[in-house]
Design a protein around this ligand. Structure first.
Ligand code: GUN
Length: 285
């Protein structure tokens, strides 16, 4: 048997088209502000893609590119300005931030109603207590990919490898809300491979190329690979791989996401969905 490949590209394109149709019917134009501090090349690519996708969905995009030397006070002042700007429905501060800036302080300065990343303590708390709020985009995208399979996941054992605030922790709450039994594993977890083999749903979000081996996967499991790692190749161009050994997992898993083309495209699509949701809530639409 070979795994069903979960086509994140198509599912994301459909969601973006849905958001675009919804935006076209609104009496106002939702706006997303993205703030990039410094010149991290991967972050610059993400920000460019977000800008393009925002415009394609018919929303206004406000880009703020600041020097790596920008002070924390200046960044907080920009966040305050965006909080007060009526044209701005969503604010995203691209991470990572330079070391001299306290990221938590900046994220918590964003108006929770405009926090389309869902990283503000208020939104994190709402999610943890099972109440409606803005949900982080990558785990929200993973849930949509799982839902696309049309399987009943209640009572299934989900194992998350990775406990970050961006993916692992919010994903745990989303899977709990979907009635899964959830285990959050991390770098200090003992017998990780044996634990993974018990997973009906395995979510890998550790940022280590192909760490999850084929024989870590329970036959028929749903495998969601959040990792995007560039590894060296003989031609010097490099190649993107996930946190899962995809080729080895393919004959064992029941369904699997690829890298690229799996979770990645969902993150931006969910960001647009969050911006639309924030805009409607804030403007009473
Ligand atoms: N850096 C990596 N992923 C993310 C994300 O989802 N949001 C933000 N703001 N920064 C990131």
């Amino acid at each position: 048997m070979t795994a069903r490949i979960i086509d994140g590209k198509t599912i994301a394109a459909n969601l973006r088209a849905d958001v675009g149709r919804d935006v076209a019917g609104l009496p106002f134009q939702p706006g997303l502000a993205v703030v990039l501090v410094g010149e991290d090349p991967a972050s610059a690519v993400y920000v460019r893609n977000k800008h393009k996708a925002t415009l394609e969905a018919g929303m206004a995009s406000f880009e703020h590119r600041l020097a790596a030397t920008t002070s924390e006070a200046d960044l907080l002042a920009l966040v305050a300005k965006l909080n007060a700007d009526d044209k701005v429905d969503g604010i995203l501060v691209q991470l990572p931030l330079p070391k001299h800036i306290d990221a938590t302080k900046v994220l918590d300065a964003i108006d929770p109603a405009k926090d389309v990343d869902g990283f503000h303590a208020v939104n994190a708390g709402l999610l943890a207590s099972g109440r409606p709020g803005l949900v982080p985009c990558t785990p929200a995208g993973c849930m949509r990919l799982i839902a696309s399979l049309g399987q009943d996941i209640a009572g299934k054992h989900a194992v998350l490898v990775g406990r970050s605030n961006i993916v692992g922790k919010p994903m745990a709450h989303l899977l709990l809300a979907a009635d899964c039994t959830v285990t959050v594993a991390h770098s200090k977890t003992a017998n990780l491979s044996a634990l993974c083999r018990k997973a009906d749903i395995l979510v890998a979000a550790v940022g280590r190329p192909e760490m999850v081996k084929g024989d870590w996967i329970k036959p028929g499991a749903i495998v969601i690979d959040v990792g995007i790692n560039r590894v060296a190749t003989a031609d010097g161009k490099g190649r993107l791989v996930g946190d899962v050994d995809y080729e080895a997992a393919l004959p064992i898993a029941g369904a699997i996401t690829s890298v690229p083309g799996g979770v990645g495209p969902m993150t931006i699509a969910c960001l647009l969905a969050n911006t639309l949701m924030a805009a409607k809530a804030r403007r009473g639409a």
